[in-house]
Design a protein around this ligand. Sequence first.
Ligand SMILES: [Zn+2]
Length: 185
Amino acid sequence: MFATPLDDTTLDLATRSYDTVLLGEGDTPLGHLRKQADIHQAHHTVSAHYRAVEQAQQALYVAIDHTINEFPATLGSVLWEEHWTGYPDPWLTEDANGFAVAHLGDGVWVHHTVTTSSCDDGHSVRWQVSERHTVTLIAPCSCGQGYRTAPIASEDELLDMVHEFTREPCSISKHGCPHPCGSAR
Ligand SMILES: [Zn+2]
């Protein structure tokens, strides 16, 4: 699970409100405003931290749950909680989903995330919320210059991609990589 840790100064400031700050006699109006701004920032930082922790933890559990249910013979059988690392939504947006990754060895990773979308069902004011799970395999390209990614929808696809990603020997290609791997060559 990944989230930026909080320092003591931030935690201390976040327990305060402006009224409880001991104002120095000699503080200028700008000085008072700075204290208020520091407290405001600390409250913001602490709530963002807990949002990150929650999103990362949620992403971890959702990934485990999804792979156990949808990939019971492969990912669900070999990846446990300690293999997965959960991350928060990169922008820490409220109600956004984080993602989780697990290393399968040799630089090959599996990435899981959930896309939540809501839409009007057209008949009432009720909104339908749907969740789409995306499992992606990420592997170093055999050209050694980039990474290849493949969306995985089933265990058969997973086995095919793992096979493809591991069977090609590393090569130094002089004429450009044949894969869409993001390499400059
Ligand atoms: Zn390549």
